[in-house]
Design a protein around this ligand. Structure first.
Ligand SMILES: NC(=O)c1ccc[n+]([C@@H]2O[C@H](COP(=O)([O-])OP(=O)(O)OC[C@H]3O[C@@H](n4cnc5c(N)ncnc54)[C@H](O)[C@@H]3O)[C@@H](O)[C@H]2O)c1
Length: 259
């Protein structure tokens, strides 16, 4: 069960062992840095070669133990090896932030099916593969845990040329609910954070020129989000302060989906 624990409101993660999948840049690196600032040991898992560099830089900046692990979420062996590397290094896993991401925009009438499949493989099945592997480790440990997946505003609204991406992100919302239901008895919270456009490599790739200007106009806050603003929401859902929140998909969108 997700047990009651009196909380102080300081969002402390001292001594917790966390993994950030998709952690070698963008929102993932910002999340890893925030976890480290709150005292967690952090593993950076990503398919990029820079995982060790990012991990070393976080260790130096915050004085916590870190680990870089190359991992491709579309490959079961790679995910299993990543989980066992982290357990070997940290002894256990208490927190997972899962946010590997792929986006390629095309109209629904002409998008290649293989492009749709790639979105599903990385953003949906890949994320589930990581959640399942980590949840089994948390269940074996018997101490509960926190799982947070970064979804998207595309869970709630239609966005032009986002069909493959939206299919994959909406699937994660369903996954979050089922896993939250099934894993609550093991003390595991499973939630999502659904950002609007964020100023990262991916945000730049999907939003340029006139489309970007129109989008900024349409967001009531009249700007895109920054990575720390999304990381802060992920941090909240990763802490004991969020013990009674599970199966949710927290929107961080400057008001874009109010209507
Ligand atoms: N930037 C935005 O506008 C925006 C908006 C809503 C949601 N998101 C979501 O936020 C998450 C983080 O994206 P970001 O904006 O920081 O972009 P990003 O491109 O900086 O980060 C995505 C990371 O995922 C990693 N990755 C991709 N495929 C992988 C795989 N198969 N295995 C392991 N790692 C893989 C990449 O190497 C990269 O480091 C994504 O899930 C994205 O869909 C982003």
């Amino acid at each position: 069960m997700i047990q009651y624990q009196k909380v102080a409101g300081d969002f402390d993660l001292t001594g917790q062992a966390a993994i950030v999948v998709g952690g070698a840049g963008g929102i993932g690196e910002a999340t890893a840095r925030m976890y480290a600032k709150k005292g967690a040991k952090v593993a950076i898992a990503d398919m990029k070669d820079t995982v060790d560099e990012v991990a070393a830089s976080i260790a130096e900046d915050y004085g916590v133990e870190t680990l870089g692990v190359r991992c491709d979420v579309t490959d079961q062996r790679s995910v299993d090896a990543m989980v066992s590397d982290v357990v070997e290094a940290f002894g256990e896993i208490n927190v997972l932030a899962a946010m590997p991401g792929y986006v390629h925009l095309d109209p629904a009438a002409s998008i290649d099916i293989s492009t749709v499949e790639k979105h599903i493989n990385v953003n949906a099945v890949g994320v589930f593969r990581v959640c399942q592997a980590v949840a089994n480790q948390m269940i074996a440990q018997g101490k509960g845990g926190k799982i947070v997946c970064v979804t998207s505003q595309a869970d709630f609204i239609a966005i032009n040329e986002h069909v493959g991406y939206t299919m994959s992100k909406a699937a994660v919302v369903g996954m979050i609910k089922v896993c939250a239901l099934e894993w609550a008895e093991f003390g595991i919270n499973v939630n999502g954070v659904a950002p609007t456009v964020v100023n990262t490599y991916m945000g730049e790739k999907a939003w340029q020129g006139e489309v970007k200007e129109n989008m900024i106009r349409a967001i009531p806050a009249h700007r895109f989000a920054e990575t720390d603003e999304i990381a802060a929401a992920v941090l909240f859902l990763s802490c004991a302060e969020a013990n009674m929140i599970t199966g949710e998909d927290l929107v961080v969108d400057g008001g874009f989906t109010i209507y």
